[in-house]
Design a protein around this ligand. Structure first.
Ligand code: ZN
Ligand code: ZN
Length: 390
């Protein structure tokens, strides 16, 4: 009889996607390593989850707003009905396949986090050094089982070692989303530049810290939710603008916001505008507040069509649009590690003290997970972390 474990799952046998929400804690079969049964286990590692971050994409699954097709298609492929969610991991290695030990030097007791995209390393993009857009990637906790569970089985090739003396575990679990901000902030050179971050949700808040650390001259946070705007200030944004919340279907930019940004940039506009909210209006806000010749970084995600106002301005004013997805593997991870391990500036403590509120209200013990109170937590705090250790 197979060993079992506890996991937070989406179970399509009991929860109809369209008329349900949340995740269930269920007893599921525990993963194992057995190279005699499956030769691919040689490359795999079994980890005990210690802390796991709850991501915006997990929120999308919780409220059934995103990832249905990826979850259903992958469950069909695996001929099962239960998907373990979660991809922001801080875990301890408990078992190592033979090749994972030989090629990666991993051994039981090591602590690691993980890149959430399992890439093939062999497709055209992977061989071009563009493995963050691997054509064959799988996402942990969406298109294969994730880490909201006592144990998770992952390829050694996507694990990233953590030095627990330099990064505390709650912060170590957040390197994957922090890496998104690092990737966005390294797309163009921010040194000496005026940077606006439109949308200070979790990644936008990380971006405030990263942009400052990378030498931005002035960081302007733009965030309609008062609580998040306040956090952006506490993290050191030079100016924070709180515009009114726009309707989801509105696409026009906010002329008042554009005037305000031009006002604090000597009438010029910002050098770099980062769109991190994913609304159509905010895409147009980004284009409206950037200077001639400036850069717009697109990270926020909206499915379907978007309208670009005054499209001629993008060309005539020489505005460059850049899109950012995932993290460059491993370039982004090295920068992430260096930024978090350094205490100058002390991003590490700002993440824990301000974004994680020193653990108050932001840490959810997995053993006492309760869907209703967890939902309140994820709606109150920019980041919530599940704690597995006793
Ligand atoms: Zn994430
Ligand atoms: Zn690939």
């Amino acid at each position: 009889m197979a060993k079992t474990m506890q996991a937070l799952v989406y179970d399509r046998r009991v929860d109809v996607w369209e008329s349900s929400r949340g995740l269930r804690r269920e007893e599921v079969e525990a993963p194992t390593l057995d190279e005699s049964r499956d030769h691919r286990d040689a490359e795999m590692v079994l980890l005990e989850t210690r802390f796991a971050g709850f991501c915006g994409s997990d929120r999308g699954i919780w409220f059934r707003r995103a990832f249905k097709d990826m979850i259903y298609d992958s469950l069909d492929r695996e001929k099962k009905d239960v998907r373990i969610i979660g991809h922001e991991l801080f875990g301890r290695v408990v078992a190592v396949g033979s090749r994972a030990a030989r090629d990666f030097g991993l051994q039981p007791g090591d602590v690691t986090t993980t890149e959430s995209h399992i890439i093939c390393w062999t497709c055209h993009q992977c061989r071009h050094g563009d493995n963050h857009v691997c054509v064959d990637n799988k996402i942990i906790g969406i298109s294969q089982d994730g880490c909201f569970a006592d144990l998770v089985k992952l390829p050694a090739s996507v694990l990233w070692r953590v030095d627990p003396r330099k990064i505390r575990p709650e912060v170590a679990a957040l390197q994957e989303p922090f890496g998104n901000a690092v990737h966005a902030c390294t797309k163009v050179n921010l040194r000496g530049k005026t940077v606006a971050i439109i949308g200070c949700g979790t990644i936008g808040l990380f971006a405030v810290l990263v942009a400052r650390a990378l030498g931005a001259h002035k960081v302007i946070g733009i965030e309609p939710v008062a609580r998040h705007a306040e956090i952006a200030r506490e993290l050191g944004a030079d100016a924070v603008i709180v515009p009114k919340l726009t309707d989801v279907d509105q696409f026009e930019h906010d002329p008042g916001l554009a005037r305000e940004v031009r006002g604090i940039t000597g009438g010029v506009g910002v050098d770099v505008a980062m769109e991190m909210s994913g609304t159509n209006a905010s895409l147009n806000n980004a284009i409206a507040i950037v200077r001639r010749g400036g850069d717009v970084i697109l990270f926020g995600l909206k499915s379907g069509d978007a309208v670009i106002e005054d499209f001629d301005r993008v060309i005539i004013d020489g505005i460059s649009l850049h899109s950012v997805v995932g993290r460059r593997i491993w370039e982004t991870w090295h920068i992430t590690k260096n930024l978090l391990e350094s205490r100058d500036p002390n991003i590490h403590d700002l993440v824990y003290d301000v974004i994680l509120n020193r653990g108050q209200g932001t840490i959810c013990p997995f053993r006492s997970f309760d869907a209703a109170s967890f939902e309140k937590q994820i709606q109150t705090y920019p980041k919530v972390v599940l704690k597995f250790e006793e």
